[in-house]
Design a protein around this ligand. Structure first.
Ligand SMILES: *Cc1c(COP(=O)(O)O)cnc(C)c1O
Length: 377
């Protein structure tokens, strides 16, 4: 790992710790209409398609902004104004999709399960059978709220069998958890520069089935979020419609180069998986329990139940861990009081071990002898 000295280590779900080379790539200026930058954009788009094994079927449309921008853009570009979505929700990002569809005035229904519970496939199948008005099914691959890995393949098979369009928010998992377009049938998936691909924040991208995108002219309610228009313009000129976040894209190109050198999805997934295992085992030694059982846990971010020990105060713990150089992530869950620790970003197994050691010392100082949560009632 090539860490920048004295920067905090981000144990969050993104933006993440990036390598020194990735940050260094930004120390220049480029013309946005110059060939060097045009080539960089083309290379990034092509590599992203390759990561999804989608070069034959899909196109990559990048968009300025945080991840939510491209989620909103994809939903309003793909779902026609008379369409109807079924959203599978088990956390905050699924809920955010309802908010987006409220803003853009698309009809939807939801199927919601608790944050520690995968979607109900039988209920999905029943809804698709019962309601022929449903045109699109939306899901989150790894719901970052809890860290749960949703069963994307099973859901895709059901959606395909019923002839509906499938859209995946793969933001927090893409690049570390396999998502192969030849195995999982989807019309669009969205992710961003600053999660498992370890770039800096500033662009999202959608990988969209070309045949589908061709039919999407005029769907979007917004010029800047119209991925059809963004795609057509990019194909025609190889340039961005509006000012691109050039430094972000150049850094992303550099990050993808390192991703490939590491060994792609398999190697990145293995590093994060090992980070996750070391973290969970180390916290278990201190008495902490995870919200999710092992089979539901994605190697992205881990939710720990709040300790019952009255000596534990999360804010104090957070501040002291931060002062020691590691940034944790507060919880946003409704099922249980909790906090989260990410295991992604440009951090290796030794960084996780070092963080555990720091946390162990701080807990001892705080007089917390055991991190066990209150008994479930
Ligand atoms: C990070 C993330 C997003 C995008 O969040 P932004 O803050 O807009 O970048 C969307 N969905 C999921 C599942 C995420 O983890």
């Amino acid at each position: 790992m090539t860490l920048t000295p004295n920067d905090p280590r981000l144990l969050t779900p993104g933006p993440l710790t990036t390598s020194h080379e990735t940050k260094e790539a930004m120390l220049h200026d480029w013309g946005s209409r110059d060939q060097a930058f045009i080539d960089t954009t083309a290379r990034v788009r092509q590599k992203l398609l390759e990561i999804a094994n989608a070069t034959e079927t899909h196109v990559c449309v990048p968009l300025q902004g945080s991840g939510t921008f491209v989620v909103e853009a994809a939903l309003c570009t793909l779902i026609p104004r008379d369409g109807k979505a079924l959203i599978l929700i088990n956390g905050a990002y699924g809920k955010r999709m309802t908010k987006i569809l409220d803003y853009v005035n698309r009809a939807y229904i939801i199927q919601e399960t608790l944050e520690d519970t995968p979607p109900d496939i039988a209920a999905l199948e029943a809804a698709l059978k019962a309601d022929s008005a449903i045109t699109h099914v939306l899901i989150i691959h790894c719901e970052t709220t809890s860290g749960i890995l949703n069963p994307i393949r099973e859901v895709a098979d059901v959606v395909k069998a019923h002839g509906r369009s499938f859209i995946i928010d793969a933001m927090s998992a893409f690049g570390a958890v396999p998502l192969d377009a030849s195995e999982v049938h989807f019309d669009a998936m969205m992710a961003s520069s600053n999660k498992c691909l370890e770039g800096v924040p500033g662009i999202g991208f959608a990988i969209i089935r070309e045949e589908t995108l061709k039919t999407c002219e005029g769907n979007a309610h917004s010029l800047s979020l119209d991925l059809y228009d963004q795609w057509v313009a990019m194909e025609a000129t190889a340039q961005w419609r509006f000012t691109p976040p050039i430094h972000v894209i150049v850094a992303f190109d550099k990050a993808i180069e390192q991703f490939e050198a590491e060994g792609g999805v398999a190697a990145r997934g293995a590093r994060y998986g090992e980070n996750c295992r070391i973290l969970i085992d180390g916290m278990a030694e201190l008495g902490f329990e995870t919200l999710l059982s092992h089979n539901l846990q994605a190697p992205i971010i881990v939710t720990f139940k709040m300790p019952a020990d009255p000596a534990f105060d999360f804010q104090v713990f957070y501040d002291r861990v931060k002062n020691a150089g590691y940034v944790l992530y507060p919880g946003k869950l409704t099922v249980a009081p909790s906090f989260r620790i990410g295991c992604i970003g440009h951090l290796g197994n030794d960084d996780i071990r070092a963080a555990l050691k720091v946390m162990q010392g701080i807990l001892k100082d705080m007089g917390v002898s055991n991190g066990a949560p209150a008994e479930a009632t």
